[in-house]
Design a protein around this ligand. Sequence first.
Ligand SMILES: Nc1ncnc2c1ncn2[C@@H]1O[C@H](COP(=O)(O)OP(=O)(O)O)[C@@H](O)[C@H]1O
Ligand SMILES: [Mg+2]
Length: 339
Amino acid sequence: MGDMTRIDKNPRTGGNAVEVRGLVKHYGSTKALDGVDLDVREGTVLGVLGPNGAGKTTLVRCLSTLILPDAGHAVVAGYDVVRQPRQLRRTIGLTGQYASVDEKLSGWENLYMIGRLLDLPRKKARSRADDLLERFSLTDAAKKAAMDYSGGMRRRLDLAASMIGSPSVLYLDEPTTGLDPRTRNEVWDEVQRMVAEGATVLLTTQYMEEAEQLASELTVIDHGRIIARGGVDELKAKVGGRTLQIRPSDPSELAAMARALRETGLDGVAGAQAVPDEGLLYVPILSDEQLTAVIGLLGTRGFSLAHVATALPSLDEVFLAITGGKTTATETIPQEVAA
Ligand SMILES: Nc1ncnc2c1ncn2[C@@H]1O[C@H](COP(=O)(O)OP(=O)(O)O)[C@@H](O)[C@H]1O
Ligand SMILES: [Mg+2]
């Protein structure tokens, strides 16, 4: 998935919407940004991955003209962040980890106010507020105070607010941190829609899965430095894919299950490993189709499964893999066994 929304409308002539070279920002002895280079191609999503304190927000703040870099330079939509802040601000949208929404105002009032602050005429600000509330499925809550919005509604309002000035470049700074999975999906849908309509997005996240869903290119940042970059698949390959963990109802069937899988010749199942001590069968998973096929096949062969889970490579693993360490930590997401 994702490829449909990663259409670069003008792959030959499309330049970089964001160009960052040697960006440095110090806070006392903390090197929040320690010489960052990156490009975001027009009409694409760059995922900037990094743990807490990596420098993601500092990067976004520099690129939004909210703070001045100590060294290096950055150009966004053709405007220099230091020399042309006013012009630059008109072409960007910013959705922060900490929303810029006024709690006491209604959703509609928030959007209208921001439109007026951006110098939109009253009528235009009004229609823009209406349109965006509709688009983010907030029309029913238009008159409700933002403080009475759910977490997901707040995030959608925040996204809508960042869209008021029809920005060509959007910064999304950890847009789903702290959201439940369902709400996270709603936000992802909106972002994908914006990108399908041609926006360029710089997305910071701590979630591999989010980066996978939304970004075509990834940059991994830690301690203010870029430690890896590449396509999503490229980076995933470095870390290793998902692993399916299967616990049969009858542990003595482990070996037979592994054999049955290997005999099918399905992609990836050659790596199936039975670990009798744990009572588990581990199968490397390369695609959702393969995952479905493996579970289906075991059912057809009459094996009874007590528990099935997939283990994703965690961000820790990404960093460990990138820095040459051993990969041990895994984030296990239990999945229901298909009936
Ligand atoms: N205003 C500030 N004053 C002092 N230190 C800061 C400030 N903002 C960020 N830092 C420090 O800079 C580093 C990078 O922070 P930040 O950019 O917020 O990281 P991230 O967004 O990736 O979590 C951290 O060590 C953080 O403590
Ligand atoms: Mg941050």
